[in-house]
Design a protein around this ligand. Structure first.
Ligand code: ASP
Ligand code: MG
Length: 421
């Protein structure tokens, strides 16, 4: 059996959904599980709804829901002519649930718990629409709620999978359905053992596809993207970016870890452990060969450039000139872990420690204020983290970055990372 994953861009409007239908039609005789993300940028809109809920802004809540409703209904209406079709009442029901959810007063709910309860609607809406569209073009498919299968802990917004339970339920309950027809389900979402919705982290649908593939012993996973495959650089920034035909699992893990956004970082491990090939293909040019990730792939030698923008470099030094050694480091890491701020690159010298993190983390200010109890802390905002993977010995910064100031530089084997301002 195969697992397909379609991301937000592949279902961003009615035309795109029709294209997804064409692709699935070509595989309708295969055993197939299809994982789909929220349509277009609707997860971002739902994040705005979480903020509006949290700040109790009635007007904003209503306007965001109306906008989301109009967006999804327009797509559904362009795909399904019959206005009496049950898809329209199904969408109404989902929006009613969402409205009630953000109207209620809660005594003890955290922001992160509420976040997961709200953003999951993006995936629920998109999969309903795609599944009913497939029916309308005579592709037999079964819609299932991924939350019944992906079982997680309650670390909301970044939940960890409970592999044993997930494996067992997928094999016992879901597998027989896949033997009978194509299964359509959501990426990104799961459920904890108290029945609360959880999510696996932004862009987590790739990971969902890998979880299903692992549990089902799939033969391969295909991630359908709006790019030709895994590239050696972002084609929007580098005119000479080229597609990588084959890479091995470890290289894919490293590229994803450094921030190559084509594959979610957690996706590869489950596939690697069962030797399940991953194809990254273009949904725009379905006949073109994309990138294959597996064990057989030879070593990749191309130089790869990975850019992460909106970075903050946090510089920490001791007040009493004591060294940054085990005790100070463990204190620093504890504070980073407590505030759930992920470090993209770090470096330490005798009396200072620097860490580069995503600026959009609204947690950064809280982190800095806690660090400031014990240390001197400064920050540089609006930085760029550039990683050159497989760098040649004589490396050079790419043209647009030549004039920038290097704040931090780190070389590990053939990987060079620089934080630029
Ligand atoms: N819809 C979610 C997001 O945009 C998950 C995904 O697209 O992979 O983050
Ligand atoms: Mg998305």
């Amino acid at each position: 059996m195969k697992v397909f994953k379609f991301g937000g861009a592949s279902v961003k409007n009615a035309e795109a959904v029709k294209n997804v239908g064409n692709i699935i039609a070509q595989f309708s005789s295969d055993k197939l599980l299809v994982v789909i993300s929220a349509m277009g940028k609707s997860t971002n809109k739902l994040e705005e709804l979480v903020d509006a809920f949290w700040s109790n802004n009635q007007v904003l809540k209503q306007s965001i829901i109306s906008e989301l409703k109009a967006f999804h209904f327009e797509i559904a209406e362009s795909l399904i002519d019959d206005r009496k079709h049950h898809i329209f009442s199904d969408l109404e029901d989902l929006f009613l649930e969402l409205e009630c959810l953000v109207e209620k007063k809660y005594n003890e709910v955290t922001y992160d718990e509420m976040y997961d309860g709200i953003v999951c609607y993006g995936e629920l809406l998109s999969t309903k629409i795609v599944s009913d569209y497939l029916h309308s073009i005579n592709i037999k498919s079964k819609w299932v709620d991924a939350r019944n299968f992906i079982q997680t802990d309650n670390n909301f917004r970044e939940a960890s999978v409970k592999w044993e339970e997930t494996f067992e339920t997928i094999n016992r309950i879901l597998k027989p359905f896949i033997d009978r027809s194509i299964v359509i389900t959501q990426g990104f979402i799961g459920r904890d053992d108290k029945n609360n919705t959880t999510t696996l982290g932004r862009e987590g649908s790739d990971y969902s596809a890998a979880i299903f593939a692992y549990c089902l012993d799939a033969q391969d996973v295909t991630i359908w993207k709006d790019v030709a495959g895994v590239m050696n650089a972002d084609p929007k920034r580098f005119d000479d970016a080229i597609k990588l035909d084959t890479i091995n699992y470890n290289q894919a893990i490293e590229l994803a870890y450094y921030g190559a956004s084509v594959i979610h970082p957690k996706t590869i491990q489950p596939l690697k452990s069962k030797n399940i090939s991953l194809y990254v293909n273009s949904f725009l040019n379905t006949n073109d060969k994309g990138t294959t990730v597996n064990n057989e792939s030879g070593s990749l030698h191309n130089e790869c450039y990975i850019i992460k923008e909106q970075q903050t470099l946090i510089s920490i030094s001791t007040r009493n000139f004591s060294f940054i050694a085990e005790d100070n480091l463990s204190n620093i890491f504890e504070i980073f872990a407590k505030h759930k701020v992920r470090i993209n690159v770090m470096q330490n010298s005798a009396i200072s420690f620097s860490a580069c993190c995503d600026s959009k983390e609204n947690k950064i200010n809280d982190l800095i204020s806690e660090l400031s109890h014990d240390f001197n802390v400064t920050k540089n905002e609006n930085c760029v983290l550039l990683t050159i993977y497989n760098s040649k010995d004589e490396y050079q910064l790419p043209q647009p970055y030549l004039s920038k100031n290097i704040l931090l530089k780190q070389i590990l084997g053939h990987t060079i990372q620089v934080v630029l301002e």
